[in-house]
Design a protein around this ligand. Structure first.
Ligand code: DSN
Length: 479
């Protein structure tokens, strides 16, 4: 433990130094802390990193180029970067029981691109690719390059559809993943909202993907990765899991056995800043046979690594290996379930009827609202969420019909199940008292809404009173 005043002193001193150069930046940083302290944050993908994690990012590592990997750099003088990258990778391997960890990706999307490239490079049987990998690029003819592009560009990926809860990078057509792969999606059962593994198996048999992707950013249930691996094996696919949203639940041993992706997948990607509570960034874990290709991520796919962020990843991963992180992970799920139950009791409709992870999706069509109207009305009342598609969403990906709520951040702040019931009441109050608006021509608007300002103010005050009992960063006093 650092001394009681160390954190306040560190952040205050940092602001003083910044203020002397550009006071508006120092002001914005301080204002961000004040805003975060005051907002009831239910965004399922956000969290609050520890002071140690935040402080590990503000230093000289930011100045260093370090393309390559530990011990094999394209730049001299990387011995200290090697230390933090090796530490972060070691903590990641130990925490998740992974054979190999690559901690350089700058984000989850970058981690997925590294994974896609590693699988393509490992699996695609193109003689030209083998020559290129063997660094005989100059021996390749124009015909070789043509053949290489044709082979690489015709590979298939099967992932969860965006409206069912999958991520943009799992093959959504407008995303690069949907353009670089011949892609197909699996959805969820229209009645239950749950993944139908028989349907996934059927799609895999028909489509024969090179990569089967599991993982989600808006699916409120556990996924059985053992069954998904069996499906992948039955068609010779590489099984990839994007655990960005639930990495903290895996680290905290809430998701174990069939629900822990690491023993089942060939390759696992994640962010480090969501339920895992680290710095913004990404990571890839993989089986030994993919390690060499994954380690080529930079400079083949990524720009130079961010050593200051890798230092912060090492700190956060060390924190996640402590016993109290398991307790935190359990409380995230208990809180999500309490919030879901509170909403259901008050008459809300939830996709799949509840949750067994860190998030829930409210289908706001039962309040006669679009996701966009609901998101804005909740924001007026001091409740920060994000709109999200529901399966087979009639309002499309912009307006949507859902609100995604998640508990990792409020759980970090210390709120528990009793507070979740209060929050359910606040959400229900806002949604049930918001009315959809109309366009000038009298048609229904998907964006306009009306919420009595007195209701918004009252809920906002109640949310503030609730948060006052759970100060954010109590060890950091900037005054
Ligand atoms: N933006 C993240 C989320 O909110 O789920 C996923 O990339």
């Amino acid at each position: 433990m650092s001394s009681p005043n160390a954190e306040s002193t560190a952040f205050r001193s940092a602001l003083e130094v910044i203020r002397a150069v550009e006071p508006r930046v120092a002001g914005a940083i301080a204002a961000e802390l004040a805003d975060q302290r005051e907002s009831l944050k239910l965004i399922a993908s956000e969290n609050y990193a520890s002071p140690a994690t935040l402080l590990a990012m503000g230093n000289w590592f930011s100045d260093k180029y370090a393309e390559g990997t530990v011990g094999r750099r394209f730049y001299a003088g990387c011995q200290n970067v090697d230390t933090v990258e090796a530490l972060a990778a070691e903590h990641a391997r130990e925490l998740f029981g992974a054979a190999h960890a690559y901690v350089q990706p700058h984000s989850g999307i970058d981690a997925n691109l590294v994974a896609f490239w590693a699988v393509l490079a490992d699996r695609v049987e193109a003689p030209a690719l083998k020559k290129a990998q063997a660094r005989h690029v100059n021996d390749l003819t124009e015909a070789d390059w043509f053949a290489l592009r044709r082979e690489l560009g015709n590979q298939r990926m099967l992932g969860m559809s965006l409206d069912a809860g999958g991520h943009l990078t799992h093959g959504f057509r407008p995303n690069i993943s949907g353009k670089m792969f011949d892609q197909r999606s699996y959805g969820t059962d229209p009645e239950t909202g749950l993944i139908d593994y028989d349907k996934v198996a059927e799609a895999a048999r028909e489509f024969k993907p090179l990569i089967l992707v599991a993982g989600y950013s808006a699916y409120p249930r556990r996924v059985n990765f053992r069954i998904m691996r069996e499906i992948a094996d039955s068609v010779g696919a590489t099984f990839m899991v994007d655990m960005a949203h639930f990495a903290g639940l895996v680290a905290g041993k809430v998701l174990t056995g069939d629900f822990d992706p690491v023993p089942h997948a060939h390759i696992v990607t994640t962010t480090t800043h969501k339920s895992l509570r680290g710095p913004r960034g990404g990571m890839v874990l993989c089986q030994p046979e993919l390690a060499e290709q994954v380690d080529r991520g930079c400079p083949m796919v990524l720009g130079g690594p961010l050593p200051h962020v890798m230092a912060a990843k090492a700190v956060a991963l060390a924190e996640a290996r402590r016993p109290d992180f398991a307790d935190y992970a359990q409380r995230i799920v208990a809180n999500a379930q309490a919030l879901a139950e509170g909403l259901l009791r008050r008459g809300a409709t939830l996709v799949t009827g509840g949750t067994d992870n860190h998030l829930a999706i409210i289908d706001v069509t039962s309040y006669a609202l679009t996701g966009r109207q609901a998101e804005q009305a909740l924001l007026d009342a001091g409740i920060v969420t994000n709109r999200n598609s529901v399966p087979q969403d009639p309002n499309g990906a912009w307006y949507t019909s859902g609100i995604r709520i998640g508990t990792p951040a409020l759980t970090t702040r210390g709120l528990g199940t009793a507070e979740m019931d209060t929050i359910a009441e606040l959400i229900h109050t806002v949604l049930s008292q918001t009315n959809a608006g109309a366009n000038p021509d009298g048609t229904a608007s998907k964006a306009k809404y009306a919420l009595d300002p007195a209701v918004a103010d009252k809920v906002s005050r109640q949310a503030g009173e609730l948060l006052a009992g759970f100060p954010l960063y109590p060890t950091v006093d900037l005054t």
